[in-house]
Structure formats: structure tokens, C-alpha cells
Design a binder for this molecule. Structure first.
Ligand SMILES: [Cu+2]
Length: 344
């Protein structure tokens, strides 16, 4: 009898698996992912500062995930000798990288630090529902809002503050990325980094020293004083350069907070072996430069074959060399003259 029950259970499980797998494996069908059940205890989203990010999800089952973001208004460095009053999520620009899987149910706690002047909220492009959560999370200084959503569509998405006036909140640095991994996770790579482009509009000229104020006219005219990666000129240069070793595969999660410009994202001396176009499920191969719209994202992957310094740019190139949209990937290891060789 026990054997019969076991067989019957196995048959049921197999049936169940057959029924579930197609929907779990389909990359973008929100109508089926709605039925993915969460199991086990809730987990907390770990908070890791950019350019690093939380560890891959792998093949864990869908869960309830508690995410905590704190809106802050605080002075930080925008360039050498230049400071600015940034508005942030968790005190970094971009804000904390949120990493979940399709089917996860997120309990999002948005607090607004008590020394803030403005109300803040969050619109996550990974959310299905009005405003992406903005209205549900409007929060005054010193208060907390809690909002639940279920992640239906896998992909890499921007989140940002959408409190009025929206352009100001984004221009001051209130944006970040949320990755919704497909069932089973993303393919394994050796290194992952979190890079997000954004513009800053200051009264003073580029590199003019001191505390700089926001310039509304420059913002409206789409004439940024700075275009930077990760909230600061040279955030990914010198001692803060990204690193990899020859033979490794590198994955960048790249976002563009805007508020205005479209990025022509490029790594000088490399070719993207794979690009998840616009952060979605479609993969393009052998790409030199990928377009990342304001409020959009892309996942790029490439294997590094030769040691040296690889410059990361917005290939609208004045932005890179004059306004700050420049970073570096330092690759160490054995030279490979078959691939790259100066003869004379
Ligand atoms: Cu805000």
C-alpha cells in the first residue's frame, strides 16, 4: 500500500512538474508567473553598496522578501572639491540594488529619514500596478510606508522616486536598479558589477569647487553639468576601478537614471558577447555599444581575453571626457599575443 501511495504521489508530482515547468521557464509571461507560490520563511534583502550587489538567486523557490529603503537628503562629493546635496535611497547613488526572482512577493518598507525636508516615494518599473508603487509609498519625513507587490516579469528594471516635482527627485540621485531573475536564475559568471548613469545640473560650471546648487534651467534645457556613473565623477576610476582577471566573464547590470539623456554604453577595447536588450529577456550578441534609455537598463556580458585597462564610457564622448561619464575595468593576467600584439 505504501508503495502504491508513493507511486501515486510521484506521479502527481511529475504531473505537477509538467504543469509548472512551461510557465516557470517561459521568460516573460506574466499571466502564468502570477500563479507561482511562495514558500518558507520571509528573507531580508541584503544591503550592498554599489558597484557591488547581492549574490545571485540561483534556483531557490519563490519567497517573501523584505526590502528596506531609506530616503535621505545629504551632502556628498560630486567631483573633486565639488559637493552637492544628494537625495538618495539608502545613502548611495544609485540606491541599493534589489535582487529577487520571478514569483517573489516583496514587502517594501520605505522610510524617510527624520532630517529630510521633502516627502519621497518609489516607482519601481518591475511593478504591475498604478504608478509602480509611488502613491502607495508616499512618505513624509520621519515616517514609514509599507507596500507589497509580486514580481511577475523577469528582467532588469529601474526604480526611482516619483514625488513631486519628479524631475528634481531624479536629478538629485533618487534611482536604482531592481533585478527580477527568471526561475532557475541567470547563467553563472565570474564577476558582477552594478553601474548606473545619471546627470547632475549645477549652477556652477563643471568642476567649479564648493557646494553646488541645482540649476532648474539647465535641467529643463537638458544641458547637464555632469554626466556620471554611480553618482560621482570618477566613482569607478583609480582605486575604485572595477577588476577582473584574464579568462573571466564579467556581467554589468547597467541602468540609466537620466533624468534626460539616453546613454550609448560602451567599453573601449571590448565587445559585449551578450546584451540582454533593454534589460528584458531578448539576448543580442556581439554588440559594440548598447543604447540605454533614461529610465531603462541593460545587462551586458563579456569575457576578458587580454590584460590592461578598459575604459567604460557613454560614447556620446564629450560626456565621458568632459562631464564625467567614464569608469575603468582593470584586467590582470597573462598577455595573449595571438589576440592582441603590438609588433613595432
Ligand atoms: Cu524623492
Amino acid at each position: 500500500m505504501k508503495r502504491i501511495v508513493t507511486c501515486f504521489t510521484l506521479a502527481l508530482l511529475t504531473l505537477q512538474a509538467c504543469k509548472q515547468n512551461p510557465s516557470e521557464n517561459s521568460s516573460a509571461k506574466s499571466e502564468n508567473t502570477m500563479d507561482i507560490a511562495v514558500s518558507g520563511d520571509a528573507i531580508n534583502q541584503s544591503i550592498v553598496n554599489p558597484p557591488m550587489l547581492p549574490a545571485p538567486i540561483g534556483d531557490r523557490a519563490a519567497k517573501k522578501v523584505v526590502v528596506r529603503l531609506e530616503a535621505t537628503e545629504e551632502v556628498g562629493e560630486l567631483a573633486d572639491g565639488v559637493t552637492y546635496k544628494f537625495w538618495t535611497f539608502n545613502s548611495t547613488v544609485p540606491g541599493t540594488f534589489i535582487r529577487i526572482r520571478v514569483g517573489d512577493e516583496v514587502e517594501l518598507h520605505v522610510t524617510n529619514r527624520s532630517d529630510s525636508v521633502m516627502p519621497h516615494n518609489i516607482d519601481l518599473h518591475a511593478v504591475n500596478g498604478p504608478g509602480g508603487g509611488a502613491e502607495a509609498t508616499n512618505v513624509a519625513p520621519g515616517k514609514e510606508a509599507i507596500f507589497n507587490f509580486k514580481a511577475l516579469n523577469p528582467g532588469l528594471y529601474v526604480y526611482h522616486c516619483a514625488a513631486a516635482p519628479v524631475p528634481l527627485h531624479i536629478a538629485n540621485g533618487m534611482y536604482g536598479l531592481i533585478l527580477v531573475e527568471p526561475a532557475g536564475g541567470l547563467p553563472k559568471v565570474d564577476r558582477e558589477y552594478y553601474v548606473m548613469q545619471g546627470e547632475f545640473y549645477t549652477k556652477g560650471k563643471t568642476d567649479e569647487k564648493g557646494l553646488q546648487e541645482f540649476d532648474q534651467d539647465k535641467g529643463v534645457d537638458e544641458r547637464p553639468t555632469y554626466v556620471v556613473f554611480n553618482g560621482k565623477k570618477n566613482a569607478l576610476m583609480g582605486a575604485n576601478a572595477l577588476e577582473a582577471k584574464v579568462g573571466e566573464t564579467v556581467r554589468f547590470f547597467v541602468g540609466n537614471g537620466g533624468p534626460n539623456l539616453v546613454s550609448s554604453f560602451h567599453v573601449i577595447g571590448e565587445i559585449f558577447d551578450r546584451v540582454y536588450v533593454e534589460g528584458g529577456s531578448k539576448i543580442n550578441e556581439n554588440v559594440q555599444t548598447t543604447v540605454i534609455p533614461a529610465g531603462g537598463a541593460a545587462i551586458v556580458e563579456f569575457k576578458v581575453e587580454e590584460p590592461g585597462n578598459y575604459i567604460i564610457v557613454d560614447h556620446s564622448i564629450f560626456r565621458a571626457f568632459n562631464k564625467g561619464a567614464i569608469g575603468m575595468l582593470k584586467v590582470t593576467g597573462e598577455k595573449n599575443p595571438k589576440i592582441y600584439n603590438k609588433v613595432q
